[in-house]
Design a binder for this molecule. Structure first.
Ligand code: 2P0
Length: 322
């Protein structure tokens, strides 16, 4: 039996678009921060049962989620040349209904626990490549702090992995303005495919990512907060502009999203170093240095949001026991 933990990450320079669905290869790189508070713990126990089983937050998972985990375990079994089925128990220490990047922490923890349970040796880069095949953003959650995902160019995906970004001189924490749970948003994979197939802005978006990655890394190394905020907010808004331009358009924002964006910009105009980003859902993530986190949390909590989750930067995936 192997137990592993991993923490979700939020991208500062966004991933939106795949170059291959089969190996889940991203069409461009991305840059993220792993967050301590968004933790998943996963246990993998080999069984002699006829099929894989998945328990998610104490409940048997549906066929879709179980199938996704089973296909992921097939990758590990193939490498191990073993055939036993597994019982997977996964617990999120944060509300999954909120859609907060739970696939990133889930597949990073599963990659770590499953390789240990099946006796597969894997270094962090190999774990990142494996986790990517469960969920693109999970490749980044193998690492703590800032992680840089490489799109790679090879067909076999061997150069599409994340690694820790060294030399950053801006420390960030996060306050997440969680919107009231509404309609379930369109999933990332479907949203990316529709955007690639129908948005007139997709090529321009892919061109922008490389420039934003270089600018964000430079701003982090120079400790230029204003420059970083401009790139991070720009990457987020360009990603959403691209998704909005798909047919039919994909709109992730809800009423509280716009309120929180304006609040973050007003705070920054008043002198608080803070910047926003938004994933494939209505929640707004405000990044700010740890010493300003309380102020940003209080400001966001005044708005039409369900709750505010705060987090410091977090560690990469790790084996807790085996
Ligand atoms: C990101 N997102 O960079 C972007 C920004 C959401 C918005 O990566 O299809 O669930 O499983 O590879 O990892 C969410 O995408 O997508 C995501 P798949 P995943 O964080």
């Amino acid at each position: 039996m192997a137990v592993a933990s991993a923490r979700a990450n939020i991208a500062l320079v966004k991933y939106w678009g795949k170059r291959s669905a089969a190996l889940n290869l991203p069409a461009a790189g991305s840059l993220s921060l792993t967050l301590a508070a968004l933790e998943t713990r996963t246990t993998v126990q080999l069984t002699d049962g006829p099929q894989d089983r998945l328990l998610l937050d104490g409940e048997p998972a549906n066929a879709k989620a179980t199938g996704r985990v089973s296909r992921f375990l097939d990758l590990v079994r193939k490498r191990a040349d073993r055939h036993e089925r597994a019982e997977v128990v996964s617990e999120n220490g944060f509300p999954t209904a909120a859609g907060l990047a739970s696939s990133a922490s889930a597949f990073a923890a599963l990659a770590r626990a499953a390789t240990a349970a099946y006796g597969v040796e894997a270094n962090p880069r190999e774990l990142s490549i494996l986790a990517r095949q469960g969920s693109g953003s999970a490749a980044r959650s193998i690492f703590g702090g800032y992680a840089r995902m490489h799109a790679g160019a090879r067909d076999d995906g061997s150069d599409a992995f994340a690694e820790a970004l060294e030399g950053a001189r801006i420390e960030l924490a996060a306050a997440i303005a969680v919107a009231d749970a509404g309609e379930k948003a369109i999933g990332s994979t479907e949203g990316m495919d529709r955007t690639r197939d129908t948005s007139p802005y997709h090529a321009a978006w892919l061109d922008l990512v490389d420039r934003d990655l270089a600018a964000a890394e430079l701003a982090l190394r120079k400790a230029d907060f204003e420059e970083l905020a401009e790139v991070v907010e720009g990457s987020c808004l360009a990603m959403h502009a691209n998704a909005l331009a798909a047919r039919p358009g994909i709109l992730y924002f809800g009423p509280s999203t716009l309120w929180a964006l304006e609040r973050v910009r007003a705070l920054r105009a008043e002198g608080t170093p803070v910047m926003f980003t938004i994933d494939a859902g209505p929640h707004v993530v405000a990044f700010t240095p740890p010493e300003h986190l309380d102020l940003v949390e209080r400001a966001l909590a005044e708005g039409p949001v369900a709750r505010v989750i705060t987090s410091q930067a977090g560690d990469g995936a790790r084996l807790e026991s085996e």
